[in-house]
Design a protein. Structure first.
Length: 165
């Protein structure tokens, strides 16, 4: 038996970000999701929508993935935005920004300003906690460690809901 090996070029993070996969998509919350999400409708946003929301957060300000989800739900007239895909697309946007920065681009998506619930830093973003801490401290925020997790102290003071268009 012979195997044919196909050399597929690995897609860049920016290519992944630009791949809309026929999104956004709005759907009814069915019985399999209603225990967790409640009733109504949900949107699966396009990756570039999540990136655009992250780009709206200015220096010195912060947002959370939950605030981005709320803004996306409002934009699409749905009850919620899908937590799983919104988080994945934020992660892709962060890596696409890191990739662009590594190539010398100065204006990138400020992914370090998008926090998890409760002001927690996302260790899965490029460079991990060390990178995020350095960027946030440089913008005037204070990062504190609670157990194994890291948070922006008093993050609520700098919190904004991103405008999505």
């Amino acid at each position: 038996m012979y195997t044919i090996q196909v050399n597929r070029k690995k897609r860049t993070w920016r290519e992944k970000l630009a791949d809309s996969k026929n999104l956004p998509k709005v759907a009814e919350i069915d019985c399999t999701k209603s225990k967790r999400w409640g009733e109504g409708t949900f949107v699966i946003p396009a990756p570039l929508e999540v990136d655009a929301a992250m780009k709206k957060v200015r220096r010195g300000r912060l947002t959370t993935i939950d605030a981005i989800r709320a803004a996306l739900a409002k934009k699409h007239g749905t009850t919620i935005a899908c937590p799983l895909t919104t988080g994945i697309f934020a992660w892709i946007a962060a890596h696409a920004a890191d990739e662009a920065e590594a190539e010398g681009r100065a204006r990138i998506t400020p992914y370090w300003r998008t926090l998890k619930s409760g002001g927690e830093l996302n260790p899965k973003y490029p460079g991990g906690i060390k990178n995020l801490r350095a960027r946030l401290v440089a913008e005037g925020h204070r990062v504190v460690k609670k157990g194994r997790r890291h948070f922006v102290a008093d993050f609520e003071r700098a919190l904004v809901e991103p405008k999505v268009t």
